[in-house]
Design a binder for this molecule. Structure first.
Ligand code: GAL
Length: 355
């Protein structure tokens, strides 16, 4: 394995070719084939349902790739426990351990300076994932990358699922018959790219499709099922039957709404049950679609993102070209597409994920 911090002479020249050659995504004959790969991974919160799925897929892919590439791959996975200072410290540990590359799911996506500086001064490439940095930060060094998805697309698809249902049977959604969709919005985190963009895009999609909406309430529940259930319980007290639609920025919060509705005696399949829509398509989210608790969700491709991360890491460290189906946009971004999930295509989606 190359120790990039100590290299001199020939190796430094090889590294220059590597940089000029387009950040490891172009084949570089001068680059020595790595004999092993050590990756440091930090997650903002290991108890976040979607992130837990991404990490378990990442571990599974890593085991597969060890066989394909014939090298041992060591992963050091750390939980930042929602603490940015702790995550900065984890970066020091990854450097100390001699990681070849690190994958960081920022706690505070607006506070990446410390990690970027450490990475740059130790010449360790960083793949940021899921919590998208502002573009200016990602442009601060050529070895900074991002793997995730296009937040706008997920909000747009969530809106499309509702619109398609409205076109089929508007009157059963518009329970009070006033021609307006009264909705509750459950938002992820303040300042999180996915929260802000999903909340905006879903409403844009519904209104541009010709439906009139009225926001009853809008609250942040930090992607969390229990927090969402608490907020929803008070919305049920305040608005009761007037709630026609619940738009949640992720499945866990949509499930919190399901919990609160059931606790208040409103049951799925009854006339009072509102249309509930999540995003992520986690295992529990898909189950809620299957049970008819959600009208739908939008698949956030944990598997594809995990694959994108490991393939990109290997390409950067080995200098080999990236797998041809993975597009590295602007030399920095891999964005996996979202997919709509409803009772109509659930089995097809599930079959695709077990292939
Ligand atoms: C979003 C995902 C949420 C949560 C969040 C964490 O993409 O939809 O469920 O995991 O990332 O950053």
């Amino acid at each position: 394995m190359l120790n990039r911090r100590k290299e001199t002479g020939l190796l430094a020249a090889a590294l220059m070719i590597f940089i000029l050659g387009g950040c490891g995504t172009q084949e570089d004959p001068a680059q020595e084939e790595p004999k092993n790969l050590k990756i440091g991974v930090s997650v903002y919160d290991q108890y976040d349902t979607f992130m837990a799925e991404v990490l378990s897929q990442f571990q599974a892919y890593t085991r597969e790739k060890e066989k394909d590439w014939g090298i041992p791959i060591t992963l050091d996975i750390q939980d930042a426990d929602q603490n940015q200072l702790q995550q900065n410290k984890q970066m020091d540990d990854f450097i100390e351990e001699g990681c070849d590359i690190v994958c960081i799911n920022m706690v505070d996506r607006t506070d990446a300076s410390s990690i970027i500086e450490k990475a740059k001064s130790n010449d360790i490439p960083v793949i940021f994932y899921n919590r998208e940095l502002v573009k200016e930060d990602l442009e601060r060094w050529e070895k900074l990358y991002y793997v995730g998805a296009d937040a706008f697309q997920s909000g747009e698809m969530q809106g499309q699922i509702l619109v398609e249902e409205c076109r089929k049977d508007f009157s059963s959604i518009d329970k009070n018959g006033d021609g307006v969709l009264q909705y509750i919005m459950l938002e992820g985190e303040a300042g999180h790219n996915d929260s802000m963009i999903r909340s905006m895009a879903v409403i844009q999609e519904i209104t541009e499709s010709g439906y009139v909406v009225e926001k009853l309430a809008d609250e942040i529940a930090n992607w969390n099922r229990d927090q969402a259930a608490n907020k929803m319980a008070s919305f049920i007290e305040d608005y009761g039957d007037r709630i026609e639609v619940v738009l949640a920025n992720n499945d866990d919060m949509a499930l919190g709404a399901v919990d609160a509705l059931k606790d208040s005696g409103i049951m799925p399949g009854t006339e009072q049950w509102p249309m509930i829509l999540g995003i992520d398509g986690t295992d529990v989210g898909k189950k809620a679609v299957e049970k008819g608790e959600f009208l739908g969700t939008v698949l956030n491709d944990a598997r594809g993102q995990a694959r994108g991360m490991i393939e990109l890491a290997w390409s950067i460290v080995s200098g080999r070209p990236l797998e041809s189906d993975l597009e590295l946009q602007e030399g920095k971004y891999i964005r996996l597409p979202y997919r709509k999930v409803t009772s109509e295509n659930l089995s097809e989606i599930q079959a695709g994920q077990t292939q």
